[in-house]
Design a protein around this ligand. Structure first.
Ligand SMILES: [Zn+2]
Length: 98
């Protein structure tokens, strides 16, 4: 079987999605960071881009899901999300049409 076939990628994407969704549970603590780390590794290995709606759910810097503590602000048409674990700030363009 060919590595990185579309079917395999599809399956990996499903795994990535469920790991990130699972990680949103704040009671998991460090385990959730591990879930995010694993899902990012799968994406890297399979050459998959994690969909934007999932990428927005964790801190790229420390892999902590934003559901565990973050500050969200709307400023000048940008959504600013601050990770309360490492202090990393992300700016996401805010599109009213979405
Ligand atoms: Zn962080």
């Amino acid at each position: 079987m060919k590595r990185n076939s579309p079917a395999l990628k599809q399956r990996a994407l499903g795994q990535i999605e469920s790991l990130i969704v699972l990680a949103q549970d704040a009671s998991l603590g460090d385990l959730s960071r591990r879930y995010i780390r694993i899902s990012r590794k799968i994406a890297e290995r399979m050459d998959i881009t994690i969909p934007a709606h999932l990428k927005r759910r964790y801190c790229k810097n420390c892999n902590t899901p934003y559901s565990h503590g973050s500050q969200v602000r709307l400023k000048n048409g940008l959504v600013t999300v601050k990770c309360l674990n490492c202090g990393d700030i992300r700016r996401i363009p805010y599109k009213p049409s979405h």
